[in-house]
Design a protein around this ligand. Structure first.
Ligand code: GTP
Ligand code: K
Ligand code: MG
Length: 365
């Protein structure tokens, strides 16, 4: 029996060999689905093997950010500068062996920042502390890719490792809904023109995941890879930003090279505290906080102290923050503001809130 890695190489070869055209598109779709499944298997194996010990960090604050980078790029040095934490710094790789949390308060938001061990090539299949680090990334809201100014190409490696582990960076979850049913085969509905998928391709991908009876609703013109993500169903979506560290050591050439590769990056020296104000600012904006004002039933809204939450937060997530039983006891909610179709609209748990909304949650007594 071929190992998972051998099977992966085989399928990759076959995808490369197959010329893309209308007649082969469903075949390629199936191969890509097969490949995605193999990667998932590798990931599953690596997260259940090894020491089996996951890191346990309790999420806290209004958002969780993880510092991701190769060993010794300066993650711990940066954590210590941005937060109250005191993470060990050393001139040797893998100084940090566990998760070290810190808290940064900025413009009224409480941001949890996590320092983790360095990531290296092969992390997704369990190399180094890869599997534990990836689990931490999966549950964060944003990752800071921290690059050494002399290693700008490490960015690509980090992105590939995260992709293989099923983490989608700076993508929104595709707007496609699959509902499994008992019979009737695969029924496809779409509100948009599909440029990358035809019926045969859709069916062959679902067949690979052993889904034979379902309705599929497309509300977005997704690619084959995005559709596989929906069918696989276990992807995590996080946003990111790039920070280039150790600029105090760089010469003009290496700075120019970095700026060309990563035009949106923030350039800092963690060691010399250079440009950290800019970093805090960009990080805050990138997280995209909104304010939601709570109105207890039968009382006036509290317009003094809004809840600070991330853009895209829904009513259910607010309930979770209010009380551990609120989601279970939830009946409905009323919302006023930008997200409401009309003032006092009655909404459910999935309703997404917008900046400045007023929310009143009604629960079972
Ligand atoms: N010149 C310079 N050195 C830095 C800077 N930031 C960190 N260093 C040095 O780089 C080395 C590694 O720093 P760490 O903070 O331990 O790096 P790390 O990414 O946490 O490393 P691991 O935990 O081993 O993955 C230390 O010797 C730091 O003093 C910087 O901005 N400029
Ligand atoms: K180090
Ligand atoms: Mg460290």
């Amino acid at each position: 029996m071929a190992t998972l890695q051998e099977q992966i190489r085989e399928v990759e070869e076959e995808i490369k060999k197959t010329t893309y055209n209308k007649a082969t598109s469903f075949h390629i779709g199936r191969l890509k689905a097969k490949l995605a499944k193999l990667h998932d298997e590798v990931e599953k194996k690596s997260s259940s093997g090894g020491t089996g010990e996951g890191y346990s960090v309790k999420k806290s604050g209004d958002a969780t950010v993880t510092l991701v980078g190769f060993p010794s790029v300066g993650k711990s040095t940066l954590l210590n500068k941005l937060t109250d934490a005191n993470s060990e710094v050393g001139a040797y790789a893998f100084t940090t062996l566990t998760v070290v949390p810190g808290v940064m308060e900025y413009k009224g938001a409480i941001i949890q920042i996590l320092d983790v061990p360095g990531l290296v090539k092969g992390a997704a299949s369990g190399r180094g502390r890869g599997k534990e680090v990836i689990a931490v990334i999966r549950s964060s809201d944003l990752v800071i890719f921290l690059l050494d100014v002399f290693q700008p190409t490490h960015y690509q490696v980090l992105m590939e490792e995260l992709y293989e582990a099923g983490i989608r960076v700076d993508q929104t979850p595709p707007d496609v809904v699959i509902k499994k049913v008992d019979r009737g085969g695969i029924r496809i509905n779409s509100t948009v023109e599909l440029d990358y998928l035809d019926e045969d391709t859709i069916k062959s991908i679902m067949d690979e995941y052993k889904i034979h009876n379902a309705t599929v609703l497309f509300r977005e013109n997704v690619t084959v890879d995005q559709f596989i993500d929906v069918v696989a169903g276990n992807r995590s979506y996080v946003s990111s930003m790039i920070v280039v560290n150790k600029v105090d050591l760089a010469n003009a050439d290496s700075l120019a090279d970095n700026k060309k590769r990563h035009p949106d990056a923030v350039f800092i020296s963690a060691h010399n505290s250079q440009n950290l104000d800019m970093l805090r600012d960009v990080l805050y904006d990138r997280l995209g906080f909104i304010r939601v004002y709570m109105k207890p039933q039968g009382e006036a809204a509290d317009l003094e102290e809004p809840m600070i939450v991330l853009k895209g937060t829904d009513v259910g997530q607010i309930c979770d923050r209010l009380h551990k039983d609120f989601r279970r006891k939830f009946r409905f909610a009323y919302v006023w503001g930008k997200s409401a179709k009309h003032p006092g609209q009655r909404v459910g748990l999935e309703h997404k809130l917008m900046d400045g909304d007023i929310l009143s949650v009604v629960i079972q007594k």
